[in-house]
Design a protein around this ligand. Structure first.
Ligand SMILES: [Zn+2]
Length: 266
């Protein structure tokens, strides 16, 4: 593919990713509150003013309005523009790295963005992200090998083994953790999320996510405790975002990191 066409699609992927992420912002806000994601149309939560289409352009509108409602000047969380920018970059990176396979990854990226943000806000992972991710992995294992002329059954087996290893290892960790700490060590949502990671990235993806997420989670937990100045053993941090971050690192850089690590061992 010519370089200019490649860059053109990269720019388009960024724009497309930010548009999708703009919709994901609506999902993240409304779904945990039991609201419809289609009606009513986007409005300011304070004054109820409708957000007009030209005020709803990802990234640009937030900047143009200085992060405030055009009607009542209520502050709009910078997280909106952060998620739109993140979505844009992830969709673009997926294109640059995986080319025509990128759209398959975009779906999983979108699910992970929604799951992470909802877990962050409400300490829960919706089933459509976790169980949905597992089903999506099964779908990919059957659809993609057919696209590439591989045997679907080996691919399906790989997917099922990955999913079960993710579920199994997290269920075991949860059970042992609950026994050791005499309270729920992690939510069932985290167990199901790791099942989805296994379904999409296989058992090695599970292993990678397990190691890297506990490392990142420890750092994140300490930072969160220091920021909130609540030094409590019962401090609750969402684990889902770390699993997703670890899985993204694995998808984009896993091969390089594993090769580097194995090279270091020699
Ligand atoms: Zn307003």
């Amino acid at each position: 593919m010519s370089l200019s066409l490649n860059s053109l699609i990269a720019v388009w992927s960024f724009f497309f990713g930010s548009v999708i992420a703009s919709f994901l912002n609506v999902v993240i806000w409304r779904v945990p509150r039991g609201e419809s994601i289609v009606r009513p149309p986007s409005h300011c939560p304070r004054c109820g003013a409708r957000i007009k289409w030209y005020q709803n352009i990802p990234i640009f509108s937030w900047l143009a309005l200085g992060g405030r409602c055009a009607n009542c000047r209520e502050k709009i969380s910078p997280r909106y523009i952060a998620i739109e920018t993140l979505g844009g970059f992830l969709f673009m990176f997926a294109w640059l790295r995986f080319g025509l396979d990128a759209p398959f990854l975009w779906v999983w990226i979108a699910l992970m963005i929604v799951g992470s943000a909802i877990d962050f806000d409400h300490k829960l992972l919706p089933d459509f992200v976790t169980i949905g991710g597992m089903i999506y992995g099964l779908f990919l294992s059957l659809a993609i090998p057919l696209l590439f002329g591989q045997a679907p059954w080996t691919s399906l087996l790989w997917c099922v083994v990955g999913s079960l290893s993710g579920l199994g290892i997290m269920w075991l960790t949860r059970t042992l953790g609950t026994l050791a700490f005499k309270r729920e060590a992690m939510g069932m949502g985290d167990v199901l999320l790791m099942g989805a990671v296994g379904s999409i990235s296989g058992w090695d993806g599970v292993l990678f996510a397990l190691i890297v997420s506990s490392f990142l989670g420890s750092i994140g937990g300490v930072v969160a405790m220091l920021l909130s100045r609540k030094l409590s053993r019962h401090f609750e941090i969402p684990y889902g975002p770390y699993i997703c971050l670890a899985n993204l690192i694995h998808i984009f850089f896993g091969q390089e990191i594993v090769a580097w690590y194995l090279g270091m061992l020699k």
